[in-house]
Design a protein around this ligand. Structure first.
Ligand code: NM2
Length: 519
């Protein structure tokens, strides 16, 4: 291998930061858990509002860009046609950006809101039911997808319009960083992005592993414990490492397709055989509730909590802030991926496509899986909440799916889907981490490098599982995602500067084409 192609400062910088943070947590776990939770409380309590404002600003900014004249800019040269048809594009976008968490939270999130509702509502009341069915759609809805879409804009623009082979976030920040993009400052930006992704991936995998272990328990009766979890985690790591090793055109594509079809089978079956009318009605009702309360939900900070006469729910920090942080840590990675598949689309198509298809995709999982669980609870057929309280979330999730007729088959599909969903996110994750640690890429990043990051991706999950507790898992994303707020702001400024400079009639400006232009 040609040693010069590696970007060693970024490679070792990210590794060093990861070890420096993970090692003390493992060596002194109680202290580790206390520090991590204190960091979480600090960021989410004191700076929570910042996350909410950033979410709203990005959403409005993207809508403005999409429907302004800039929305008509074509990502590519004159006469270029979209490389993938819209359905394939949407499926690839979804497979990369969404992992097994949509199965986990899609099935169970409502139960947390039902028992711990927002806005001071009585737990398990009629009103709590409405919010329980609605909040998931919001946390996996348009603002969340706006966070995902934002980095794709400058990356795709620099790649296809300015024709720079951009595979790094520091490149996309060039109009702000200027010459510093090539020096230590650029390296720090890339390291922080990698660190964030490792934190977010840790949250994902530390949730997915016990879920898969619970599925194994359903079939084998082996009780989930740390040893089983570790074995499951290692097996999953091997699967996505192989997929990443075989590359974009084989493993990654193959797994994405299976993923899509198995999802159709699972969701379609529940929709048809399950309580179809209830699922449809609840979904429509939730869309109405969400539309009516969109701004209130987006900017709810619970400012008077804890003061005389005001109850403190902790809902905004534990949920909305956590979610925005979690989407944030994945966003640059998804941005790199979306940019790659968007050649030939206009900026408007890319933005509207991401927001609309992404939101619809998540809404299908939440509307079908979640509302099915809600139906079981309300009809008295199976108390998801009791199982959640007594045996934990993984047992309640598998228990919900096991209520379907032909349960064994559907639990099997569900568990296989969880493994594949996890793999399709992590194989592209290790692929992108490998790309970022190379200066040059000869078709694909080096194989050993892809494999290396696949295993590194699994490490934070092991640590987090070991530390335990939902709060600790959520923390990894919140703390890892914090620097990403500033990187997002830089990306917005970079993109705005670049399109202004490149306006067709600007003195010295470069040239881009609008979709309506004739060849
Ligand atoms: N997001 C979509 O675990 C996963 O599904 C990966 C999680 C950011 C909440 C993404």
């Amino acid at each position: 291998m040609n040693r010069n192609i590696m970007d060693w400062p970024t490679f070792f910088g990210a590794l060093f930061l990861l070890i420096a943070i993970a090692a003390p947590l493992v060596i002194i776990p109680e202290f580790g858990a206390a520090v991590v939770n204190a960091a979480n409380t600090f960021v989410s309590k004191n700076l929570g509002a910042l996350y909410l404002v950033i979410g709203m600003v990005l959403f409005i900014f993207l809508l403005y860009i999409a429907f302004s004249q800039y929305g008509r800019i074509v990502l590519g040269s004159r006469g270029v046609k979209p490389e993938f048809n819209t359905l394939t594009w949407a499926a690839m976008l979804f497979a990369a950006g969404i992992g097994s968490s949509v199965l986990y939270w899609g099935t169970i999130e409502w139960a947390y809101y039902f028992t711990g509702p927002p806005f001071g509502i009585e737990p398990e009341s009629a009103e709590a039911v409405t919010w329980a069915a609605t909040y998931g759609l919001f946390h996996w809805g348009p603002i969340a997808w706006a966070i995902y879409c934002l980095p794709a804009l400058p990356i795709a623009y620099f790649f296809y319009v300015r024709r720079r082979p951009v595979l790094k976030i520091s490149e996309a920040c060039r109009p702000v960083l200027k010459k510093y993009a090539d020096g230590p400052v650029g390296t720090i930006v890339d390291i922080l992005f990698m660190f964030g992704l490792l934190g977010g991936a840790g949250t994902t995998m530390a949730l997915a592993t016990p879920l898969i272990a619970e599925g194994v328990n359903y079939f084998t009766g082996i009780e989930p414990n740390m040893v089983v979890n570790t074995i499951v985690l290692m097996l999953c790591t091997i699967i996505f490492a192989v997929s990443s090793y075989t590359g974009l055109r084989r493993g990654i594509r193959w797994l994405s397709n299976i993923n899509l079809w198995l999802s159709f089978v699972l969701l379609g079956f529940i929709l048809i055989i399950g309580p179809t009318v209830f699922l449809g009605n609840t979904m429509v009702n939730s869309i109405g509730t969400l539309a009516d309360n969109f701004f209130k939900m987006s900017l709810w900070t619970e400012p008077f909590a804890g003061m005389d006469g005001f109850e403190e729910t902790g809902f905004p920090e534990s949920w909305t802030v956590f979610y925005w942080a979690w989407w944030l840590v994945y966003a640059p990675f998804v941005g790199l991926f979306v940019a790659r598949i968007s050649r030939g689309r206009t900026i408007r198509e890319m933005i509207v496509g991401t927001l609309v298809y992404g939101t619809i995709g998540c809404a299908l999982y939440f509307g079908i899986l979640g509302n099915y669980g809600l139906y079981l609870e309300l009809s008295g057929q199976y108390s998801v909440v009791d199982v959640l309280n007594n045996e934990g979330a993984p047992a309640a999730i598998i228990g919900t799916i096991a209520q379907l007729p032909g349960s064994a088959l559907f639990v099997a599909i569900f568990v296989i889907l969880a493994i594949i969903f996890l793999s399709t996110t992590f194989d592209s994750g290790s692929y992108i981490l490998a790309s970022v640690t190379q200066k040059e890429i000869d078709d694909e990043p080096e194989r050993w490098n892809r494999l290396f990051w696949a295993f590194v991706l699994a490490a934070p999950s092991l640590v987090l599982m070991y530390l335990g507790g939902l709060e600790t898992l959520q923390t990894a994303s919140i703390v890892g995602g914090f620097p990403l707020i500033f990187i997002m702001i830089m990306l917005v400024i970079s993109f705005t500067r670049a399109i202004k400079e490149d306006m067709p009639n600007t003195f010295g400006g470069k040239y881009f084409i609008y979709r309506e232009d004739k060849d």
